[in-house]
Design a protein around this ligand. Structure first.
Ligand code: GLA
Length: 503
């Protein structure tokens, strides 16, 4: 009997050991663009407890908790992201030589199932923090004396952007009159990157067969070409970043004929601290300048670490002030109406960037898209259209190309407007213009129409103005002393250019 028990115990121990998950695992997912997306699981099992690290795309998680047994483990993985904790949960199960893994991006998102195989120890380990340069002032490149205008692929195309989409956008900028209205940058966002060659030079993936030829095509239309990278090993979408290749990549971009770089923190978040950001961004700022090619430098780190205070010092022409915009009124309004306190940091050559336009992407109505444009114009924000330019309705085109609204955005004084008055759901913003006129924007954030009347004195006018033009309709507006008034639809805006008397 005793002997039988011993055998039973021995057999069950063998089973547990056979199911040991310890080791380095890799999930390889080949994409149609010729790149391979990899996720690494570096796990250590002791009994029914699992520790280790998980690297997936831009994220490097530590396994902070595990439960279950060899039949099915649940791993909770966490990482510090700035001030907040990110968490991910994985179900893992060993089947033969394969690790079956499932996860969800969000609790309500569809299940993602993966299969991992054993790989060499150390593969996929997070690279070390690179030594950073001492801080200094990168000389101004004198570009972007008014906020950059153009188009960016991300909001509409995301990972579907390719050579044809970029050529199509360039063609459409010209044929729709948007180029004439001032939109000149054609910016390729994330997912263009391929592997590096034997010398470490970044190459585009299959979607972009010849970057130099694409640049020549875009330049041939009198437009400029922009590109995207990250100081980390991976971009937000998991593609190759510029980590350890900063100067080399800057030279490649210059050689291709690139005119604009958006440099996105993303994959750098697990390597550097927020306090390192200035030095990290300075490194690329210096690298771009060293190429001798004028390249607009767009900082994208979601407004962390008070970027507006040091953005110009690293050679930045614009810096994102918030997280990503979505194509909803709430997202747009949350971002746009929160920018007043940043006005003093913008000036010709360096701009606050509340993110790209969603105008025309379908998630807002025309009134709301007009508000989006009105607000971005008041903020002196970069105007980077984010819609499918080849399929733009005349109504959307009219919103994107209104000459008075663009003139407010592009005003040469480069002083963004600020909120002057806020009452419940209504706000009035005022922006000083170079010729002494002012732009006045009346917003209704509420769910029903609002009649708004504000004393000119409360908007900072010592004397009421004598002339007003509606920027959207170009019509003269009769002013009613001593108030500025308008009836505004729900989520709408009235945008006036006022002048006369005091200024
Ligand atoms: C981040 C940026 C976006 C876009 C994506 C691409 O989320 O903030 O604007 O560039 O990355 O992956």
């Amino acid at each position: 009997m005793k002997k039988q028990l011993f055998v039973l115990l021995f057999v069950s121990c063998v089973c547990v050991f056979a199911a040991d998950l310890s080791g380095n695992w890799v999930v390889s997912d080949p994409l149609p663009d010729g790149t391979v997306r990899r996720a690494y699981f570096d796990l250590k099992q002791a009994g029914d407890r699992i520790t280790g690290h998980i690297r997936t795309g831009q994220f490097y998680f530590t396994v902070s908790d595990s439960s279950g047994d060899s039949d099915n483990f649940t791993l909770t993985a966490s990482m510090l992201d700035g001030d907040s904790q990110r968490k991910a949960t994985y179900q893992v199960k060993l089947t033969g030589d394969e690790l079956q893994i499932s996860t969800r991006r969000r609790p309500d998102a569809p299940l993602i199932e993966m299969v991992a195989h054993r790989t060499t120890p150390g593969e996929g380990a997070m690279p070390a923090r690179l030594p950073l340069p001492a801080l200094h002032q990168v000389p101004s490149n004198r570009l972007s004396q008014t906020p950059p205008m153009g188009w960016n692929s991300w909001n509409k195309f995301a990972s579907r952007v390719d050579d044809a989409a970029v050529r199509g956008a360039a063609d459409a900028l010209v044929s729709t009159g948007m180029k004439e209205a001032g939109y000149v940058y054609v910016n390729i966002d994330d997912t263009w990157q391929g592997d590096r060659d034997a010398q470490g030079n970044i190459q585009a993936n299959k979607k972009f067969p010849d970057m130099k030829a694409l640049a020549a095509y875009v330049h041939g239309k009198g437009l400029k070409l922009g590109i995207y990278s990250s100081p980390g090993p991976n971009t937000c979408a998991g593609y190759e970043g510029s980590y350890g290749h900063e100067a080399q990549d800057a030279r490649t971009y210059a050689q291709w004929g690139i005119d604009y770089l958006k440099y996105d923190w993303c994959g750098a978040r697990n390597i550097y601290e927020d306090d390192d950001m200035q030095a990290v961004y300075q490194k690329m700022g210096d690298a771009l300048q060293a190429t001798g090619r004028p390249i607009v430098y767009s900082l994208c780190q979601y407004g962390r670490a008070d970027v507006w205070k040091w953005g110009p010092d690293v050679g930045g022409n614009l810096w994102r002030t918030t997280g990503d915009i979505r194509d909803t009124y709430d997202s747009m309004a949350k971002i746009g109406f929160s920018q007043s306190h940043l006005a003093r940091y913008a000036a010709p050559g360096h701009w606050n960037d509340p993110d790209m336009l969603e105008v025309g992407n379908g998630g807002m109505n025309s009134v709301e898209y007009q508000t989006h444009m009105s607000l971005w114009a008041m903020l002196a924000a970069p105007l980077l259209a984010g819609n499918d330019l080849q399929h733009t309705s005349p109504e959307i085109l009219a919103i994107l190309t209104n000459r008075d609204v663009i003139a407010i955005d592009q005003d040469s004084a480069g002083k963004p407007g600020t909120r002057a008055v806020k009452n419940d759901d209504t706000e009035v913003w005022v922006r000083d213009l170079a010729n002494g006129a002012r732009a006045v924007a009346l917003f209704n954030r509420g769910a029903s129409e609002a009649a708004l009347a504000v004393k000119w004195a409360d908007l900072g006018f010592t004397m009421p103005p004598t002339h007003a033009r509606n920027a959207w309709t170009h019509e003269e507006v009769r002013l009613s002393d001593p108030e500025c008034s308008a009836i505004i639809p729900s989520h709408g805006a009235t945008l006036l250019i006022v002048s006369g008397r005091e200024r």
